[in-house]
Design a protein around this ligand. Sequence first.
Ligand code: BT5
Length: 197
Amino acid sequence: MRIKSVTSTQDIARPLPIGSVVVAEHQTAGRGRLDRRWESPPGTALLVSFVLPPNPLLSLAAGVAAAEACGDHVRLKWPNDLLLRGAKVGGILVEARAAKSICGIGINLTWAPEGAATLNQDRDRLLEKLRVELERWSSATPVAVLARWRELSDTLGRRVRVEMAGRVVVGIAEDIGDNGELIVDGKPVAFGSVIHL
Ligand code: BT5
């Protein structure tokens, strides 16, 4: 489904059946995680939501799929930012429901906020690659997803600061665990915002 202007592609996708794909030219209320905003002027980005079967590792699988679709040395920052030369070029928002997951992906193409990056690629071709990669990685085994995520990661091995509700952890991002949690100095971190130090 292609729509010119929506509040958020997530809102349109939510009631649709598994397999649906919603693409918009513009979002008046594009969202990030934790109720943050996702900004992009009309026609400057790939803004898409996929309705997929429930999958506990979907957020990492979608990151892997998006990095593979983008190519151009796009790397992953935990939990699922897409980075181009260290700057954010895209983001992923997964909403898990009992019977399905709504996976929203935004990738900057011709505009980015200050400090962020753009990927100079054709939107429809990128969407097609993303569709193929997401199909592949959302049905891959957890072991395969985690292994590829590790290879594409820009976070592992770095000193990081993780900000969670009311708590800050600083340490070396050593690995990701079986459920996708970040292991910082031996301790698992399940949610939070990461700053690469
Ligand atoms: C994300 O959240 O990175 C997930 C973004 C998902 C957007 C897609 S677009 C299609 C679908 N429909 C939606 O409504 N959302 C999804 P988070 O990690 O919370 O990052 C949000 C933060 O990124 C904001 O607080 C800003 O600092 C920054 N930001 C906002 N717009 C950006 C942009 N275009 N490029 C880079 N950074 C941006």
